[in-house]
Design a protein around this ligand. Sequence first.
Ligand SMILES: Nc1ncnc2c1ncn2[C@@H]1O[C@H](COP(=O)(O)OP(=O)(O)OP(=O)(O)O)[C@@H](O)[C@H]1O
Ligand SMILES: [Mg+2]
Length: 221
Amino acid sequence: MRMVLDDVWYSYPGQRGWALRGVSVSFREGELVVLLGPNGSGKTTLLKVAGLLLKPQKGRVIVEGRDYWSQPEEARQAIKKKVVYVHERPIMLKGSVERNIAYGLFLRGYREEEALEKARRLLEELGGEKLAGKDARSLSFGEAQLVSIARALAVSPHILLLDDPLSGLDLERQELLLGFLESYKENGACIVMATHDMQASRRADKVFRINMGKVLMEARS
Ligand SMILES: Nc1ncnc2c1ncn2[C@@H]1O[C@H](COP(=O)(O)OP(=O)(O)OP(=O)(O)O)[C@@H](O)[C@H]1O
Ligand SMILES: [Mg+2]
């Protein structure tokens, strides 16, 4: 799935300044894209615009050739199902870890056993098998981060937007996650990751640098 942000400007309600100032970037299937930039530069804002959660005041968000925000509601919903944004602060729902991961699958009508099975498999691949039966609200920050990433992956998004996913993970789990994402994108997904991790940016197909709401450059790594 291809996405283009075309001269996007975004300002938070009640704020005077722009959080994004004329951002133009594009992502496509089979790509791992890394977004680098200092605190407050606009990474989260850009990911939320690409995640179809924030509507820019100016500019266009083009998904598969069509201007997303001028589509009728029904068409928007169909596109939105394929695009998942994972928050920088993990959000855990009540209940066990495996149910948290299976949540999106329950919504999509999967049978209970099938959904839980898929959740456990994903957790294992990401090195979190010990967490499966735990209460999701009792997890450490890094554990919760892992679970929220697994929850997003469970629904097989075409575009996956990860907001600083490595910050709470130990080195072994960072490696597992990056390896998993590299094989996941081979199936045609697009992954966009905001990070401060230079190691991770070396493994990207594309790197965008953002500062004060402007994308400064695009570099092949
Ligand atoms: N909900 C909000 N309301 C008002 N202003 C906001 C809001 N969220 C972010 N901002 C402002 O928008 C700008 C960009 O913030 P953003 O969260 O996108 O930065 P970031 O690059 O993700 O930073 P970090 O590396 O700390 O996560 C900042 O100036 C910030 O203060
Ligand atoms: Mg951020």
